[in-house]
Design a protein around this ligand. Sequence first.
Ligand code: DGY
Length: 318
Amino acid sequence: MTTATPVLLQLLPLPFPEAQQRLAQRFDLIELWKEQDPDAVIAARQNEIVAVVTSAMTPTSAKLIDKLPNLRAICSHGVGYDAIDVKHAQKKGIQVSNTPDVLNDCVADLALGLLLATARRLGQAERYVRSNLWSTDAKFPLGVKVSHKKIGIVGLGRIGMAIAQRAKGFDMEIRYHNRRQRTDVGLTYEPSLVELAAWADFLVIATVGGPDTRHLVNDDVIKALGRDGILINISRGTVVDETAMVNALVSGELGGAGLDVYESEPTVPDALKTLDNVVIVPHIASATSETRKAMADLVAANAEAFAKTGNVITPIPP
Ligand code: DGY
């Protein structure tokens, strides 16, 4: 008796050939990015598809899910899942996996990198040297000290904890705001985000994206952080009211910002590109070869496990 090879719809390639190869060994792959008419391909094979590979940045809508009556698993590359209609999939009994943990270190490293770069004006200092402005009588503006300062972490999940660990290395005073207080971490909980911002020198956003956290960091929070405060965002652009943030940076009501994420990526508001108190990078928190490889391997492992056992390894909990 022969068992048919399961069909997997891949919305994007995995960035490492070995991981891609692992998928090809287990599945009949529909490599959608290679197709001239992707909608026609999906329509022609919709009944066969049992799994989808997608990413944290690739919209995976209820509309697509509903086109695939035999879909049982969605395996995503990335930890965030606000681009995927997870609730809709789970309601239909479809498992959704992400790639948690393997990127905690690199995302936390970038959070501290942005914090240091913004506080110490590294972007501006680089531009200054590259533009040949450095001379014996020139004065470069002073930055602010990081060690022993106060850091407020918004979202104390695994990445938030990795940020806290690093902040301890700088002897920083740490408080956090979270959906619920954690009794297992020995850190001070602040139930009011405005109070946390008013207390903090640096407010680091590490919470999940999606409708529940949209504009959690609003004008009140930004103003509370204030003219000496620095906002760092490595989570999702939608968590911060970007217009309020840009206005506060331009008017000087917010001291600075270090940003990896934006509300409408890849669009970055033009005003941010002109400000010296801002460090902007293109959503690269997990972008190291080691971490991206680990993420690709975990996607392949989730898809393989699903093909073998019917269950993914790292499901997003309902
Ligand atoms: C994630 O994993 O959610 C990142 O933000 C995407 O690279």
